[in-house]
Design a protein around this ligand. Structure first.
Ligand SMILES: Cc1cc2nc3c(=O)[nH]c(=O)nc-3n(C[C@H](O)[C@H](O)[C@H](O)COP(=O)(O)OP(=O)(O)OC[C@H]3O[C@@H](n4cnc5c(N)ncnc54)[C@H](O)[C@@H]3O)c2cc1C
Length: 284
């Protein structure tokens, strides 16, 4: 089991998935001066061969998919990415998320070891700590492609993927400056700011804020969609939310078909009014 980060929810979900398959799971973390996908994949392939592992499981994150894809290529095995379920057998049958979550595919996987990544938020995270028995493999191999520098874009310290509250803005916000009301509400609720692709395409917010098929998949307790029409590619990223509140003046907007709560109105009036009520109630 490739553990990207023992403290990370998505890695612990993948661990839970692996432990459902077999009790004998060895969590393996890779470490090196810098993240280098090919070298990490090679190291994972080597550990897999040394241990004669029957299956290699990783988190369905960008890094998890990348490292396992390299390892699978080296081991000459297929990789089943973003799985939600597995039926052991020869061949094994996996259910996996395709097209940003709008399709669940059932596929037969031929090969040994079985190589798969687990779709984020498909299973509940394993509460058991991995720290005690984690095998850390140091990587010394030189790789021409490596991460030289990491630039953090987190502002309020709440990561979008893990936030319990996400306040998200779409084209209806109207401008980059218009996001000040979204940011204020997110801060008052201790949440993170998200956005639609229309927003990142307009250059109002960075891609790291984008929710959806080609953005971050979120699973908050509540997702507040402001000025978002509800395209399937956007919903693919927020359908893991427990509750969805939509604010939009167009009563016909498709977001309302997926919403638990609806406010038919202008976000520039509704969102500041919600923030004002929170301030009144909390004295902030
Ligand atoms: C391959 C592919 C991948 C994609 N991936 C993604 C993705 O990851 N994430 C994503 O979001 N999209 C993605 N898209 C784009 C997606 O199809 C939509 O174009 C996009 O989600 C629309 O963004 P929007 O809802 O903000 O804009 P629009 O569809 O233009 O909707 C704007 C909404 O704002 C409302 N509005 C206007 N004024 C106000 C106001 N004052 N107050 C409140 N509401 C107001 C309007 O009524 C409207 O409903 C992808 C598309 C493709 C083809």
């Amino acid at each position: 089991m490739f553990v990207e980060d023992p403290a990370d929810e998505i890695s612990r979900q993948a661990l839970a998935f692996a432990r459902r398959l077999n009790d004998d799971v060895q969590p393996v973390a890779l470490s090196g001066d810098a993240y280098a996908p090919a070298a990490w994949g090679e190291a994972l392939a080597q550990v897999t061969q040394e241990r004669s592992a029957g299956a290699v499981v990783g988190p369905g994150t960008e890094r998890g998919n990348e490292v396992l894809a390299h390892a699978a290529a080296i081991l000459d095995q297929p990789l089943a990415a973003n799985c939600t379920a597995l039926e052991p057998g020869e061949p094994a049958t996996v259910t996996r998320v395709r097209w940003g979550g709008s399709l669940l595919e059932e596929a037969a996987v031929h090969g040994s070891p079985l190589m798969l990544t687990v779709a984020p938020h498909a299973v509940t995270a394993d509460p058991a700590s991995t720290n005690g028995n984690i095998e850390v493999v140091a990587i010394n191999a030189a790789d021409p492609i490596y991460v030289r520098e990491r630039v953090s874009t987190a502002t309020a310290g709440v990561s979008l993927a893990d936030a319990k509250v996400v306040v998200s803005g779409g084209r209806g916000v109207g401008s980059a400056e218009g996001f000040s009301v979204i940011e204020e509400l997110a801060e008052l609720l201790g949440g993170a700011v998200g956005c639609s692709r229309a927003v990142t395409s307009a250059g109002w917010r960075p891609h790291s804020d984008q929710v959806g098929q080609t953005g971050t998949k979120v699973a908050p307790d509540i997702y507040i969609a402001c000025g978002i029409s509800g395209a399937t590619q956007h919903l693919a990223g927020c359908k893991g939310a427990k509750k969805l509140l939509a604010i939009n003046p167009d009563a016909e907007a498709s977001i309302f078909a997926n919403a638990d709560y609806a406010v038919i109105g202008d976000l520039h009036e509704v969102v500041p009014a919600i923030s004002a009520e929170i301030r009144k109630a909390t004295g902030r």
